[in-house]
Design a protein around this ligand. Structure first.
Ligand SMILES: Cc1cc2nc3c(=O)[nH]c(=O)nc-3n(C[C@H](O)[C@H](O)[C@H](O)COP(=O)(O)O)c2cc1C
Length: 261
């Protein structure tokens, strides 16, 4: 019966409307099946690539931390998911598959920030974030926090590594930005980032870190880049946001009170 139908269909003249539409339908169906099969089959490979990329970025970031070589020989690195509102860990979310960037764009997984709250110019803030923790002999050695904000003409994404006191900067690494080459884009250069280790993020509990146009002094100031004051202010503002109450402050408080289990 099916054979018969197929033979009759093929026997129709090539300019027949039913044959044309039917063929187009069959080709579309075949392509659809092919594309969806490929998407499903390749998902684990894609996920592995995302993981590898994340690990490579983390390692590159940690290279900027003084004494990291020795530390890594003894330390274990763990990636955790944090509930940004409560500051508690969210063990129900798998860190290996959690896509923080997708969460930031998902209304179900993020929160709209008011204008007054949105110091980093990000619009929405994801409810959960990935943090990386280095432990030496069970003791906390470093916490690496992802931060981002609107720059002069791009979103600037960076990692801030804090020492065990949760105040002193171990490293600040910009891993993605689209600022102007030679101007704002210099924030991604090792020379500019070398100013960060040893700086202090808080002063008596208040976020107190500033990228100043020039003449930085003291533990809370970093020199900006001449001709790129706006980019420098964007870095200050994103740290003001992410190290504050709507960012990682509740999580850092949890770490201070309970440590990490
Ligand atoms: C083509 C062009 C690209 C620019 N790119 C940047 C940039 O990446 N970052 C930035 O802060 N300012 C950039 N600026 C300059 C800003 O308009 C602004 O003048 C500058 O941030 C002021 O910094 P200054 O006080 O150090 O001169 C750019 C200006 C032009 C004309």
């Amino acid at each position: 019966m099916a054979d018969n139908l197929w033979t009759r269909f093929l026997a129709r003249p090539n300019d027949d409307r039913v044959k044309t539409v039917g063929m187009a339908f069959l080709v579309a169906l075949g392509c659809g099946v092919l594309v969806s099969t490929a998407a499903v089959a390749l998902r684990p490979v894609q996920q592995a690539n995302i993981e590898a990329q994340r690990a490579a970025t983390m390692l590159a970031m940690l290279e900027g931390v003084p004494g990291i070589g020795e530390m890594l020989e003894r330390a274990s690195v763990e990636t955790l998911v944090v509930d940004l509102d409560t500051g508690a860990l969210a063990p129900e979310i798998d860190a290996a598959t959690f896509d923080q960037q997708a969460a930031a764009a998902d209304p179900e997984a993020s929160t709209q920030l008011s204008r007054a709250e949105d110091l980093a110019g990000i619009g929405r803030r994801e409810n959960h974030a990935l943090v990386h923790v280095l432990r030496e002999g069970g003791e906390l050695a470093l916490v690496v926090l992802p931060v981002r904000g609107a720059g002069y003409q791009s979103t600037i994404r960076a990692y801030l590594a804090l020492e065990a006191d949760l105040e002193t900067v171990a490293a600040f690494t910009v891993y993605e930005q689209g600022e102007t080459p030679g101007l704002g884009a210099r924030i991604a250069e090792a020379g500019w980032q070398a100013q960060w280790p040893g700086k202090r993020i808080y002063d008596e509990g208040e976020v107190m870190i500033d990228v100043v146009p020039s003449g930085a002094s003291g533990p809370h100031e970093v020199d900006g880049i001449s001709g790129a004051t706006v980019t420098g202010y964007a870095v200050s503002d994103m740290l003001l946001f992410w190290m504050g109450e709507r960012g990682f402050a509740p999580f850092l408080q949890t770490l201070r009170e309970e440590g990490i289990r």
